[in-house]
Design a protein around this ligand. Structure first.
Ligand code: GLY
Length: 464
């Protein structure tokens, strides 16, 4: 948790962006796995963490715009809780720790909201993704669960996105720390990889790095020799000589700031010429993406520039053909690069995705391009100093996609299908760094960049 002044300032900044009414920020409750007392690891709501800081279940924060007052609603632990959990602070002590002297038992929240409704005041709340909180809003405000999404406040969503998009120095320090753990996770996977090792053993080793520090992963680890499946959570294969291994993994540290990196490397620790060819194109696209990332540039244009690097590289290998700009304008690159270049990152690995991807990644100026591949770009708008985002180009040979496009002759003036078919079985390569947009450009987060050049990779893979 940061100093209480951080949360006081954030709530003050939020108030300045909302005209009137009450703002309700729901914290999360425990979520049961298989019976009520056997719960998943608790994960606080990121908006609640951002404005109210408390990493405990069972709280709701209320910001009253007209009264200029913030209150915390939650129940004190009773003796039974204390017997099982040890001594606990009171709700009032917790409130004071984040600059909120006004605390109430949860049962008083209903009357606060009902009074506001009777007085015709607007109650702003964010889109909800947990069933318990949807039901709570139904109970407190009489909005049927099916309609809760429609009643979420767009004014509040836009205000929260505008604040959370620009990372403060204290947040950047945490993101650097999360990326340092990511560095350890990825270099460990590289060191331990060799033919004969089960993929699952690598997953356990790198997840163990996060857990061993009291952290968690920022999303379920993606680690597979079938890297062409973009989010492959099947770790059942044994590392095999001649194949490449894709690892997409990150840490979520105690403060809940995340990292998210991808590296792909040969199981043997030495690239074959074919692997080197494809890898070099992805690395060029990654470096181009980072080089272009600076304030004032749209991430949509950077995505398209990296698509051109990929198209030009594949054209050099005879896999694509024709005019590069025209190929990208027609979306031909998306057969090999069928996803977006990156997303915001912060307290969520896909930062603020609960608030609506278009509010986070697009605006009145830049709207989503509705074309296969580019349509999956999560962040398209103009970059600003303080944004934290991923840059993650890739080249994949997805058999089902190649076969479909080939049979339907899609973009056949830009794709040499006979040549592309030769790469079926190659898998996929993605490379991903996390960057901070600075006043003049960008920098990679974390003390050291995870090995990425061919030489760096060959010097570490399989070295134990
Ligand atoms: N790196 C995993 C994801 O972006 O979903």
């Amino acid at each position: 948790m940061f100093d209480k002044q951080v949360y006081i300032n954030r709530r003050l900044n939020l108030r300045k962006k909302i005209r009137s009414g009450l703002i309700l920020i729901t914290g999360n409750s425990e979520s049961p796995m298989n019976y009520p007392k056997n719960t998943y690891r608790f994960r606080q709501d990121s908006n609640f963490l951002y404005f109210f800081g408390l990493d405990l279940p069972g709280f709701v924060g209320v910001i009253d715009i007209e009264e200029g007052k913030d209150c915390l609603y939650g129940n004190d632990f009773d003796l039974d809780d204390i017997i099982w959990m040890g001594p606990q602070p009171s709700v009032n002590e917790l409130g004071q720790s984040v600059g909120i002297p006004c605390t109430h038992p949860m049962k008083e929240l209903a009357s606060t909201l009902q009074r506001a409704i009777r007085n015709g005041r607007k109650i702003h709340f964010l889109p909800q993704y947990r069933a318990e909180n949807i039901l709570m809003i139904d109970r407190l405000m009489g909005i049927s669960p099916a309609l809760v999404g429609q009643y979420a406040s767009t004014e509040l969503v836009k205000a929260v996105v505008s604040l959370r998009s620009i990372k403060e120095p204290v947040e950047i320090a945490e993101l650097d720390k999360a990326c340092d753990v990511g560095y350890l996770m990825h270099t460990t996977a590289m060191r331990l990889a060799k033919a004969g090792v089960p993929e699952q053993e690598l997953v356990g080793a790198i997840e163990g790095i996060a857990i061993g520090k009291g952290y968690m992963t920022s999303f379920p680890i993606i680690l597979s020799q079938n890297g062409e499946t973009l989010h492959n959570h099947d770790h059942s294969q044994i590392l095999t000589s001649g194949r490449m291994l894709l690892t997409d993994a990150g840490a979520e540290i105690t403060s809940h700031y995340a990292s998210d990196n991808t590296r792909t490397f040969p199981v043997d620790g030495k690239f074959t010429p074919v692997q080197k060819d494809i890898y070099s194109i992805v690395l060029d696209a990654l470096n181009k993406g980072i080089e272009l990332s600076k304030p004032g540039v749209t991430n949509q244009s950077i995505h398209l520039e990296t698509a051109k690097v990929i198209t030009a590289g594949l054209k050099n290998l005879g896999i694509m053909k024709g005019d590069v700009d025209e190929a990208v304008a027609n979306g031909a690159h998306a057969m090999f690069f069928p996803h977006g270049l990156g997303h915001m990152m912060g307290l969520d690995v896909h930062d603020m995705e609960d608030l609506g991807e278009n509010y986070v990644g697009y605006d009145d100026e830049i709207s989503r391009i509705d074309q296969f591949g580019t349509a999956f770009l999560r962040l398209g708008r103009r970059l600003q100093s303080g944004f934290v985002l991923t840059v993650e180009p890739g080249i994949y040979f997805v058999p089902a996609l190649i076969e479909k496009w080939k049979s339907e002759k899609i973009n056949s003036s830009f794709i040499n299908y006979d040549k592309a078919m030769e790469y079926i079985g190659f898998g996929g390569i993605r490379l991903e760094d996390d960057i901070l947009i600075t006043d003049n450009g960008s920098r990679i987060l974390g003390a050291k960049r995870i090995p990425v050049t061919i030489e760096e990779i060959e010097n570490i893979v399989g070295k134990g």
